[in-house]
Ligand binder design. Structure first.
Ligand code: ZN
Length: 143
């Protein structure tokens, strides 16, 4: 069943990530240290290497791909909610290689930033807590 709730824009944070940091870990650190429990993230930039996941719906497991090459971040889009009471970043990323070919997927730890400019919008509203969804095997929002 489709479910949704209203959230209210609160503030917007803009910044750049440090060279060599782990993209997902750094975004999670910003959310944790800033006490952000609800929001959305977008970013552009470049990575030195990237690790992305594809959720195998039959096996109900993520399959990960590691591309150990420089790539452009064409677009990162994600959200911040909570899991086990802590801020949790869920992001997907589209990248392009030197030939302009794109790939993308679920952003995983193991992605190294070359340069990254991000915009993070925080919301006020009810908690969006993640729980194990039996239907998909994914950690989804309980609304
Ligand atoms: Zn995902």
């Amino acid at each position: 069943m489709t479910k949704f709730k209203t959230v209210t824009p609160k503030k917007i944070i803009m910044g750049k990530l440090s060279f060599g940091c782990d993209l997902l870990e750094e975004l999670t650190k910003i959310a944790t240290e800033s006490g952000i429990r609800l929001g959305r993230i977008e970013a552009i930039g470049a990575v030195q290497k990237v690790r992305i996941g594809f959720y195998n719906q039959n096996k109900r497991k993520y399959q990960f791909h590691l591309f150990s090459q420089p790539m452009e971040i064409v677009k990162l889009a994600g959200n911040i909610s909570t899991k086990d009471g802590k801020p949790f970043v869920h992001a997907h990323i589209t990248l392009a290689d030197k030939a302009g070919k794109s790939c993308g997927g679920h952003l995983a730890e193991g992605t190294t930033v070359f340069a990254c400019e991000f915009i993070l919008e925080t919301f006020e509203g009810p908690e969006f807590n993640r729980y194990l969804d039996e239907e998909t095997g994914l950690s989804l929002w309980s609304l």
